[in-house]
Write a protein that binds this ligand. Structure first.
Ligand code: SF4
Length: 64
């Protein structure tokens, strides 16, 4: 991963102090035919970090 990829998605297991530590990322359009703003993109490399369990997990916790 090139240095300088700053990411504020702290819920991702690849996020370390607001930097992305993944070897590579894939960014895709968000399903719209036309991507006119940043809201039209998403990081497909995102994997959920489960803070509730005290361990990293790819499964989001669901609270009833
Ligand atoms: S993989 Fe994507 S969402 Fe996760 S830290 Fe890197 S840039 Fe952010």
């Amino acid at each position: 991963m090139p240095k300088g990829v700053r990411c504020l998605v702290e819920e991702c297991i690849f996020n370390e102090d607001r930097d992305c530590i993944a070897d590579a990322i894939e960014v895709r359009s968000n399903g719209n035919d036309i991507v006119g703003t940043a809201k039209g993109t998403l990081c497909a490399t995102f994997r959920f970090r489960n803070f509730d369990q005290g361990v990293q997990s790819m499964q989001p916790s669901v609270h009833a």
